[in-house]
Write a protein that binds this ligand. Structure first.
Ligand SMILES: [Zn+2]
Length: 182
């Protein structure tokens, strides 16, 4: 598909609905102040250049914020609808390169966007360093289903008691004690 078709697609996306999506996702029970977490918040006009981006004022701490304040979506030069489309394409398992083609962006820009979106649409999480060992153990647990599904189900299937910690320890035990059991 030609990139120009998808530029048109981007143009068809409704900005108002994109901001409504962020609000719904971020504040499912009503707007709260990102500074003091008060729910005593009043609307305070809209962004000067993005009329669908609602501004707010907190009555508790007098702080001012808007729909995107404190999120990975704030302060970027891409319009929100491009982020939403990017998220949609990620859901279709498109590669960064494919998404870049579809949205007529640089691959490096798309890579930065998808990395941020994977941390959450609106949650600005601190950069988390995953521990390689943990990742490998988790994969190993899944792989264990193939050989001994009943044993794995027993270890991992009983709700809260079968904590991730227990499964991780189980996987580690199996890996070190039964390297050839599968
Ligand atoms: Zn506040």
């Amino acid at each position: 598909m030609a990139a120009s078709d998808l530029i048109n697609l981007s143009g068809l996306i409704d900005d108002a609905k994109c901001f409504a999506l962020v609000r719904q996702h971020r504040w499912p029970e009503g707007v709260r102040c990102p500074v003091c977490d008060s729910g005593s918040v009043i609307r305070d006009g809209c962004d000067d250049t993005q009329p669908c981006r609602q501004r707010y004022r907190c009555k508790a701490c007098s702080g001012r914020f808007d729909d995107l304040t404190g999120t990975v979506l704030a302060g970027h030069h891409q319009p929100l609808r491009v982020w939403v489309l990017c998220l949609y394409f990620m859901g279709l398992n498109l590669s960064n390169r494919q998404i870049a083609l579809e949205l007529a962006l640089d691959t490096s820009d798309v890579q930065a966007m998808t990395e941020q979106l994977r941390r959450g649409l609106v949650a600005k999480a601190p950069a988390v360093e995953l521990q390689g060992e943990v990742e490998i153990d988790e994969v190993y647990v899944v792989a264990g289903h193939k050989g001994q599904p009943a044993a794995v189900a027993k270890r991992g299937g009983s709700g809260a008691a079968a904590s991730w910690q227990a499964r991780r320890d189980g996987a580690r035990w199996r890996r070190t004690s039964h390297p050839s059991s599968a």
